[in-house]
Design a protein. Structure first.
Lengths: 361, 211, 535
């Protein structure tokens, strides 16, 4: 009798569940007096809750009455792929985090709708120049650079490399770990840096030389930085040079435990590639008025000041204030490498394929 | 009472029953004696409604029940390997039939006690069927098949698998129980002594079918 | 199956049709519809300039090759624990059973990182490392599927062979091996499937030089934006694996023999048997224990020194003023548990109905059985993107719904639940239903009393295993997840994606919690004893 009851309850629960699922699918509401809630689609390192970035968004809700839901869409590449597939019938209203390597793909896919937000003029003109059509708005930037393990170079009495060309020298043999440009965005950025440095026809030879100098390639930033690089605090890795972010050294300080005042790693400033991130209104949104207000807010000084410690990037606004860890340990490259987004879009697949043949086969 | 007429069934082209007929009167205990593998179990399954013959009829009290499903026949069966329900205890196994026939629960309880006494298993009601000896299992199987008071009871080699001493003891008990219960029964066996001890009439397998 | 002449006492056809409705609806709506929509829309549009099959031959060859090697090696390595755990009872047996099951449900991000820490640097990014990890993950499959078959080979059968003059080795080869063949085929098929579609392990341990087809599909779809190319490759993978499933099931079915019920395991007797039990237990401890110890110890290792601060600061939102991790580890525990319960309920309910329907009807049953396996052979990216473009218009605008995640988990778990239940259903003696009928049970009541009630234990075991799978699922979750539905593996992935000593150690704290939760669930539900005993 007991078991009979269990089975009955089981199917009842299953029925209720299925019913709840079906009915939940049908419930959706639109249009009323008060502003509609809107959805901000973001990549997976965007904090969903409980950080000062989210508190700032709460302030926005308080001021405007517009509730902001955050939808995480995967890494930046996945996010743009999804947006292209759903262009015109988007998953949300505003997107955060399209970067310059994906910019053209997003523009070609007609994912965004034009808008020139309030505050456009406060943004670095070098950044706004990338989007003359106003489909997107620059929100932040950062550098991808060679990071090195200060302790290793000190104890081995070797001078850290000073340029991309130095990496080919025998004293740096078997020291560097990089990410696969086909699967990792810092990996792609570093490939871009080498292409910008050695030119459209020279980079192949550069990588052949890098390969014979013992470069190690892994699939993701996590594997490169956490498992292969020796400089991350407590790492079991053995390579003192890694492709990472310009903001990785301050992160090592901020997330150290017990607290420390100096960074164990540093950046080779002449190897940096500039990554710029954008925000934009998704074409097909039913809440364009609210979406515009949100974009205005995303480039307001209030929100921009929260970016460094939460996303480890530099605000796009020129009048932002930086936290002390940033001014002390991070490096903004004065002359970062960059490539025109249109060139990137036209050649990215070709470059990735060629690179795969040269380095991995 | 029971009339099986001209039963034919073939498996893979080989006839297991060939024009078999058997008649049983009310109150009789008929033993069908035959060698192993002759098709005796098949006959019982057809009578019980577990298997449909290729041709032939089964009538009970003059009514053709050939196509009637087993649960509507009131024909009980004691299986050769007991087939006790492994997830139920002894009492619940015995109570199963009466429950299926929607007896009031008070009546079921009385019936279970009655049968436990009859087969000599008083106090075994909450025992798990895995924990029973071979003889005890046979007795539970017998009690279970008698519980809903079937019109006819079928016993398929009811004493196989027991050692000599136990075999003889259970045989005496079984004969006793069948007589006390006053049930009409058909039992199939390959053992002449067993058949003689239990049945009021013994028929030979090859006498049931025309040569 | 049942002779048609016995159909008199079986529930009517409509009854099984009604039972089959739920699983058929489930697999159609959540799998067949989105995947076919994606294939149809993208393949019709045509490839973007270049052929999707450029450079792919090498990847396909490597994928199949490493899957075959992983399968054979796992079967060989797993045979020892399978035999010892099935034949002998000794102290710690239950724990060892659970220990072999846990790796199967751990997320690859975590175990991959533990392997990287353990293996010599020269093994990083090699096929060996990948294959070793596949063995680690899949030994559980051998222990379950082959072990439960070993348990029903009567001891006396081997004894009989011995009295006829066979040496132990010849008895094993001539009696044991042929009897185990169906189990070996079905275990081999599952392992091949998992190794072929390896994603996390291939990325982490195989590295960029050893991509599997699954990795290539994900790379094309998400990084190159070449969805049509990805869909084409996905279709190729699906067809290839469906063929493998079909072929191995046929081979397995042909080799099937009937065996009597289980013989109870006995204590090891004599020094030889004791030595074998000891050696195998030590082997399991080493293979399963080493990565797990590495994983747990890293949670107590912050910035190169031993410390408990990763544990004590687990709930802290702000590490430094203004600087947060953006990951709520404790909330992710709650989310994971909630999803695990929902996924387990759905998978168990669907699996229950599916197993009943499969058991009742042989031709349709085979079809449904195969259909429920297909999600395991399909790239998670393909299913995820398919859902994205299919469930996009009302009344099925489900894209942002959190419950797609547990439903996705259920999709992965159902085949396992079905396996466990089918094994039990097929072991029910046919005469038990006959006995119920002679006692007056209607066909439907006999079905309920005998079949449905026999499933109580596998129901619980299936629920436990589904919950554990849900806890560890990573691939489908990354595609389907939304804010407010961050599961433990996702939180671990995000923490690992941050620079700094504390987030890294906290990732391993969460991994340890995940490990504990899975172990408790698996042991409490008895999944380690029951699951997957189908052969």
């Amino acid at each position: 009798m007991k078991i009979f009851g269990l089975g009955k309850r089981f199917s009842a629960v299953a029925m209720v569940t299925v019913f709840a699922i079906l009915s939940a699918g049908c419930g959706s509401s639109t249009s009323s007096g008060k502003p509609s809630p809107i959805t901000l689609v973001a990549y997976d390192s965007f904090p969903a809750e409980k950080t000062s970035l989210n508190s700032a968004l709460d302030e926005f809700t308080k001021a405007t009455g517009i509730e902001v839901k955050i939808a995480i869409a995967g890494d930046a590449g996945t996010m743009v792929t999804k947006a292209t597939l759903t262009a015109g019938n988007p998953e949300g209203d505003v997107m955060w985090g399209v970067d310059n390597t994906l910019l053209s793909a997003a523009l070609d896919g007609k994912v965004f709708t034009k808008y020139e937000p309030n505050g456009w003029n406060a943004i670095d003109t070098q950044l706004t120049a990338l989007v003359p059509g106003h489909e997107l708005t620059p929100v932040d930037f950062g550098d991808v650079c060679i990071n090195y393990d200060i302790g290793w170079f000190k104890s081995h009495n070797v001078k850290p490399p000073a340029s991309l060309d130095d990496l080919l020298k025998p004293e740096y043999k078997d020291l560097l770990v990089v990410e696969n440009p086909s699967t990792s965005s810092p990996g792609l950025a570093f490939l871009m840096a080498t292409i910008a440095h050695t030119g459209d026809t020279g980079w192949q030879d550069y990588w052949k030389a890098l390969r014979s100098n013992g470069v190690e390639v892994v699939d993701s930033w996590t594997t490169a930085y956490d498992d292969e690089f020796s400089g991350a605090a407590g790492s079991t890795g053995s390579r003192p040079l890694v492709v990472s972010y310009g903001s990785s050294p301050p992160a090592e300080v901020i997330f150290a435990d017990p607290p420390r005042t100096d960074a164990p790693t540093a950046v080779v400033a002449s190897t940096c590639f500039r990554q710029v991130e954008f925000t934009g209104i998704l074409r097909g949104t039913h809440h364009e008025t609210e979406a515009r207000k949100l974009v205005d807010f995303l480039i307001s000084a209030q929100f921009q000041n929260e970016l460094p410690l939460n996303l480890f990037v530099y605000p796009a606004r020129t009048d932002s204030t930086l936290p002390p860890e940033f001014t002390k340990f991070a490096v903004i490259a004065t002359n970062p490498f960059s490539i025109d987004p249109a060139d990137i879009a036209a050649n990215r697949q070709k470059w990735q394929d060629e690179w795969t043949t040269i380095v991995l086969r | 009472m029971l009339d099986a007429r001209d039963l034919v069934i073939a498996f893979d082209g080989r006839r297991a029953l060939d024009q078999l007929s058997l008649h049983v009167d009310a109150g009789e205990i008929v033993a069908v004696l035959g060698p192993s593998g002759a098709g005796k179990s098949t006959l019982l399954r057809i009578i019980a409604g577990l298997l449909l013959p290729d041709s032939g009829t089964v009538t009970l009290d003059g009514i053709d029940i050939t196509h009637r499903p087993a649960h509507l026949r009131s024909i009980g069966m004691m299986f050769q390997d007991e087939q006790l329900f492994p997830h139920l205890d002894v009492a619940a196994n015995i109570a199963f039939g009466p429950r299926m026939h929607r007896w009031p629960s008070a009546e079921i309880a009385v019936r279970v006690d009655e049968l436990l006494t009859l087969v000599g298993l008083v106090g075994f009601g909450d025992r798990h069927v895995d924990r029973l000896s071979g003889g005890e299992k046979k007795r539970v199987a017998l009690a279970r098949s008698l519980a809903p008071r079937p019109d006819l009871l079928l016993l398929d080699e009811p004493l196989t698998g027991l050692d000599r001493e136990l075999h003889d003891r259970v045989m005496v008990e079984l004969a006793d129980v069948l007589r006390t219960a006053g049930t009409t029964a058909i039992l199939v066996s390959h053992d002449r002594d067993e058949a003689a001890a239990l049945a009021s009439r013994v028929v030979r397998w090859h006498d049931l079918q025309p040569a | 199956m049942d002779d048609h002449r016995a159909a008199l006492n079986r529930p009517p056809r409509w009854f099984f049709a009604a039972i089959a409705a739920a699983p058929v609806l489930f697999i159609t709506v959540l799998y067949a519809w989105p995947v076919s929509t994606l294939l149809w829309t993208t393949l019709r549009r045509g490839a973007s300039g270049r052929s999707p099959f450029d450079h792919v031959a090498g990847i396909m060859w490597f994928t199949a090759w490493q899957a075959a090697v992983s399968t054979v090696l796992t079967l060989v390595v797993g045979a020892f624990p399978a035999y010892v755990l099935a034949r002998y009872s000794f102290r710690g047996r239950r724990l060892l059973m659970a220990a072999t099951t846990v790796p199967f449900v751990l997320p690859t991000v975590v175990v991959g990182a533990a392997f990287l820490a353990l293996l010599p640097t020269s093994w990083h990014g090699t096929a060996q490392a990948m294959i070793l990890a596949h063995v680690f993950f899949n030994v559980a499959v051998v222990v379950r599927l082959v072990g439960s078959m070993i348990a029903v080979v009567p001891h006396d059968l081997i004894g009989a062979a011995r009295t006829l003059g066979a040496s132990p080795r010849r008895a094993a080869r001539l009696i044991m091996l042929p009897l185990l063949r169906p189990a070996l085929w079905s275990a081999g098929a599952v392992i091949f499937l998992f190794s072929f579609t390896s994603f996390g392990v291939a990325k982490l341990l195989g590295g960029p030089t050893h991509p599997t087809l699954e990795v290539e599909i994900a790379r094309r779809a998400t990084q190159l934006g070449d969805v049509s190319g990805a869909a084409a490759l996905s279709a190729v993978q699906l067809v290839a694996l469906a063929a493998v499933i079909f072929w191995t099931t046929r081979r397995g079915r042909r080799a099937a023999v009937e065996l009597p019920g289980a013989t109870a395991p006995h204590r090891p007797r004599g020094p030889r048997e004791r030595r074998m039990v000891g050696a195998v237990s030590a082997g399991i401890c080493l293979l399963v224990g080493a990565p797990i110890v590495a994983l747990v110890s890293r949670s107590f290792h912050v910035g190169g020194a031993w410390s408990v601060s990763a544990w004590t600061k687990l709930g802290t939102a702000e590490i430094r003023p203004g600087a947060g991790l953006g990951v709520d580890p404790l909330a992710s525990v709650g989310t994971s548990l909630r999803f695990a319960v929902i996924a387990a309920l759905i998978a168990t309910a669907i699996g229950f109905f599916a197993a009943m329907a499969i058991n009742a009807s042989s031709r349709f049953g085979k079809l449904l059985d195969g259909g429920l396996m297909l999600p395991l052979a399909t790239s998670a990216v393909t299913i995820g993107l398919g859902m994205l473009i299919t469930f996009d218009t009302p009344p099925v605008d489900w894209r942002a719904r959190w419950w797609l995640v547990p439903l996705g988990h259920a999709l992965v778990a159902v085949p396992f639940v079905v396996r466990a239940m089918l094994a039990v259903l097929r072991a029910i003696p046919r005469d038990l239903r006959a006995a119920a009928a002679t006692l007056g049970a209607t066909p439907i009541r006999a079905w309920w009393q005998v079949d449905a009630r026999a499933l109580r234990r596998p129901l619980l075991a299936g629920a436990g295993f589904s919950a554990a799978i849900s806890l560890g699922e990573f691939g489908a979750t990354t595609i389907l997840t939304r804010s407010g539905s961050e599961t433990l593996p996702i939180a671990i992935g995000r923490l690992l994606g941050r620079a700094g000593a504390l987030p890294r150690a906290q990732a391993f704290v969460l991994a340890t919690i995940l490990l504990l939760l899975s172990t408790v669930i698996i042991m409490a539900s008895g999944s380690h004893e029951r699951l997957g005993s189908d052969a």
